[in-house]
Design a protein around this ligand. Sequence first.
Ligand SMILES: [Zn+2]
Length: 293
Amino acid sequence: MKNSGQFQKGSIPWNKNPVLKSCLACEKTFYVSQSRNNDGRGKFCCFYCKKNYKYKLAQEFVLNKGLAELIGIIIGDGCISKVYDRDDYRIQISGNPIEDKEYYDSYLPSLISSFLGIKTKPYLGQNGAYIIQFQSEPFRIFLHKLGIISPKAKIVSIPQIIKKDQDLLLACIKGIADSDFTLIFKARKKGGLHYYPRICAQFASKNLVQDLEQELRALGFTLNCKYDYLRIDPRGFNYITNFINLDGPHNLERWFTLIGFSNSRILTRYYVWKKYGYLEPKSTIVERKRLLG
Ligand SMILES: [Zn+2]
């Protein structure tokens, strides 16, 4: 017969040369048509596996120093929000378009590329912030399991699993510091040189400052923290905030020994102080670079 074999069980006549595949999620083998395979579809044996693959990938993340640092940056400057009208979430990290430019142009994209395999490029947002944005459901689910959920500002803290491992903790604190801390120099008498170092930050999240205080004390730093401080904003937007200060050269040297910075917004402050012995308040990165020659 001319058409023999064409209507055998399991064979669909318009589906010639089906390809044997292994489901990405459950590893069961199944057949897909050549054309679906060529289109890059047909990765999953069923709808359920397709829907749940992101949870499998989320479980495959191994927490290492690079990821801990990226998590620190997201704790500091990150925002996880649902894309309007869709089931996807996007992760945005935003900084200052001048002061944080170098960090966002090179350091942060290379961290995201190395540890998430995602290529990113910063852009200037409508609100004037310098933004890096990406989507990764597996990573978003991984963050969720660590307790980093949105909106995070008032409740975020350092994940337990990171606090338990000193290398991860130091990397995470570095990420938080590069995004949210600064290094300033104080005059110790009126009209004196601004020479006395202070590493400092303020956060809406009291949990985060409590975590940082506890962990940094355990690492041998001395701190001043202020909680539930009412900040009077001249434009009328008063808010409650929490301060963390690490004063003096001892803390600064210990910071560079144990943690360090990678953001040139902060590093240029340090290098100017190293070179001249002081740094005037309210300097810009352009001025500091000029001072560094
Ligand atoms: Zn499957």
